[in-house]
Design a protein around this ligand. Structure first.
Ligand code: UD1
Length: 416
């Protein structure tokens, strides 16, 4: 059963684990690579399923790719060979496929992009993406499941985002990077992955200032030149391993991290009673005597990340006392609740709010990963549960965690 994870719980995880490159930074940078002619080499890209699907999309639209011996990925782009459309079969497999919209519009002036798929965590509209691109001169329509966009007279403009959407900010940055004149994104998303995209584009000759703040200014450049770039470490993977120490009563040094990216997660983990130390080599997490209840509200960065909400829920369900979790980013991100309840958790959901009554200990059960981060939360619950847990649909988890089983086993977990 290739798609099922079997985990015997109860082993305290101990040792070191090295965090891989950031999925969400890697995916957008892969899309952006088609904007430059020649060979782009990306270091620190995680070998996960989403990256493999992104490679297939790149190949399908005419870019050549190859994994090098040093684990970097080369992407060769001959602009005359690049198609300006993506197909449904591949796009439906990941949300990040929508990022070809900005890359194609910026690079080639037109794009036909299948409406994206990805995790089923709530409605994921594209209105803010399209609003931004329209402001820069694009004409867009949605027909038969595809977004058709074309820009004849691109011109820099001011865009205000009603919500700091990560994907919309990224798409607009990519388009604006090659749009003549000055573009300004107000109420932009501030996630570290946005900064990584801007750094990558600037390394190719783009002129982007202010990434990481809520006002980003982009002066269009005529040409971008391909080069070599290293992706930042994955803060969500790091946070997941940090919780693995806290939930199993263990002690784990999480290496290859940028601590500032982790501050929202560290702050909440410390409130649960875990001991978190920033060291030169990484972040050391030791479990506390018991898991204290905390309240969490997910928010855009630097708020607590929605991508860590499910994992925190698993931790708090094993605590003492009641915690309140408010999900403000995606409306459908409590599917994990029914699965954790199978393991004995006591959680009540009312709209965007979940009340988690800590039960002290979870029990192994048959459960199903409904999305990537829910799957990660079930892995955490299973590592700490009494007995064996069988997690079906584990393919969701492999979309975002590189060498998950190997890393957990090296920390002493019993995972098959
Ligand atoms: C990205 C991440 C995802 C993370 C999310 C929030 C990638 C590939 N995925 O997703 O892991 O959970 O950021 O940090 O980077 N919205 C609109 N209109 C739009 C776009 C978004 O209303 O045009 C809303 C969405 O419905 C959602 C909220 O904005 O409620 C946040 O979405 P967004 O920041 O765009 O997330 P993604 O870029 O899809």
């Amino acid at each position: 059963m290739k798609d099922t994870l079997l985990i015997k719980g109860g082993n305290p995880l101990r040792g070191k684990v090295r965090v891989s490159g950031a999925k969400n930074a890697g995916l957008v940078i892969m899309a952006a690579s088609i904007m430059a002619e020649g060979e782009t080499i990306l270091d620190n890209l995680p070998r996960i399923r989403d990256v493999e699907v992104m490679i297939q999309i790149l190949n399908e639209i005419g870019a050549e790719t190859k994994w090098n011996d040093d684990q970097s990925l080369s992407i060769m782009v001959d602009p005359s060979q690049i198609k300006t459309s993506t197909c449904y079969e591949l796009s439906k497999q990941l949300r990040a496929s929508n990022l070809f919209l900005g890359a194609m519009l910026g690079g080639r002036g037109e794009a036909i992009v299948s409406m994206p798929g990805g995790c089923d965590i709530g409605s994921r509209p594209m209105d803010l993406h399209l609003k931004g691109m329209q402001a820069l001169g694009a004409k867009t329509k949605i027909e038969h499941g595809y977004i058709y966009a074309r820009v004849d007279k691109p011109s820099g403009a001011r865009v205000y985002l009603d919500f700091p959407s990560v994907g919309a900010t990224e798409n607009i940055i990519m388009m604006a990077a090659k749009t003549p004149g000055l573009s300004t994104i107000e109420n932009a998303a501030k996630e570290p992955e946005i900064v990584d995209l801007a750094n990558y584009l600037n390394s190719m000759g783009a002129r982007i200032r202010g990434a990481g703040t809520d006002v980003i200014k982009i002066e269009g450049a005529q040409k971008l030149t391909a080069g070599r770039y290293a992706i930042i470490p994955d803060r969500i993977e790091a946070g997941t391993y940090m919780i693995s120490a806290a939930i199993t009563g263990g002690e784990v040094l999480v290496e290859n991290v940028i601590p500032t990216h982790l501050h929202p997660i560290i702050a909440k983990l410390q409130e649960t009673g875990a001991i978190v130390e920033e060291q030169d080599a990484g972040i050391l997490v030791k479990s506390g005597p018991y898991i204290q209840p905390v309240d969490i509200k997910t928010l855009p960065y630097p708020g607590f990340p929605t991508d860590m909400q499910s994992q925190m829920m698993a931790l708090l369900s094993m605590g003492r006392g009641s915690s309140i979790i408010v999900e403000n980013v995606f409306e459908n991100r409590f599917q994990i609740v029914d699965e954790l309840k199978r393991m004995g958790a006591n959680i009540k959901v009312e709209g965007h709010t979940a009340v988690v009554e800590g039960v002290g200990r979870l029990c192994g059960a048959r459960v199903k990963a409904t999305d990537l981060r829910a799957g990660a939360a079930l892995v955490l619950g299973a590592l700490a549960a009494i007995g064996e847990t069988e997690i079906e649909n584990a393919i969701h988890i492999f979309r975002g965690y590189e060498n998950l089983c190997e890393k957990l086993i090296s920390l002493g977990a019993d995972v098959r």
